[in-house]
Design a protein around this ligand. Structure first.
Ligand code: ZN
Length: 226
């Protein structure tokens, strides 16, 4: 998926994780002793799978962060309202999920359109942005930051690859084998059939809860209680 992505107007090389982490512009995960974890879901909302995920999150008193595709939000406003009402964090994942961009303005328009849609439906204005396919450039981060966004990635060891439908067991093992405090776990609630993700969560949530983990939003993970 990500290999198709490029930003042709951008030639500058990636400054790297350390630079962006130290500046506080991009988040991958956090160092903490507290047993807290951020579950994140991309590409929704989806009328069936997101609702099933919300049921599970409720059951385990888990809060999550949803990286919303604006076009899906407009098609499923009732799902978005439920996500917000149940205390989850809404974040921006572009409007049309484009793998190709020719200008940075295109991306900024995508972000603005999504934020406007989310605000119109819920009254909440997201401040977090996750790039499509996790592919970012220096120019992209600069533009996002200038427009008031914080860029959010995920823990390198917590990419479940659930969008490939690798099997429930693989998704479960990926998460449970490497869990540590401060992790940001990447799942998808949209963009295809997410039955495996739902089934995996039915195993992951009770197990991590048993281990004493609490599931928090990205803003909570960053210690930002807005
Ligand atoms: Zn995505």
């Amino acid at each position: 998926m990500s290999s198709l992505f490029y930003v042709s107007v951008v030639e500058s090389a990636d400054k790297g994780r350390q630079y962006y982490e130290e500046k506080g512009l991009v988040l991958w995960d956090v160092q903490t002793k507290d047993k807290i974890i951020a579950l994140t879901f991309d590409d929704g909302p989806h009328p069936k799978h997101t609702m099933e995920i919300l049921d599970l999150l409720k059951q385990y008193e888990a809060k999550a962060t949803f990286f919303i595709v604006g076009d899906n939000a407009v098609k499923n406003p009732e799902v978005l309202v439920r996500q917000y009402k149940e205390g989850h964090e809404l974040a921006n994942h572009t409007y049309t999920h484009p793998y190709k961009l020719t200008t940075m303005q295109e991306l900024m328009d995508e972000l603005q359109k999504t934020n406007e849609a989310i605000f119109r439906i819920t009254g909440f204005l997201p401040t977090l942005f996750r790039p499509v396919g996790g592919q970012y450039t220096d120019n992209m981060i600069n533009a996002a930051v200038e427009n008031g966004y914080k860029v959010v990635m995920w823990s390198w060891h917590q990419d479940t690859q659930d969008w490939k439908n690798p099997g429930v067991k693989k998704i479960v093992q990926k998460v449970l084998n490497g869990t540590k405090p401060g992790d940001v776990i990447l799942f998808h609630d949209g963009g295809g059939n997410r039955e495996q993700t739902v089934k995996a969560l039915k195993e992951i949530l009770p197990e991590l809860q048993k281990q004493g983990y609490k599931f928090v939003t990205i803003s909570e993970l960053m210690g930002d209680k807005n």
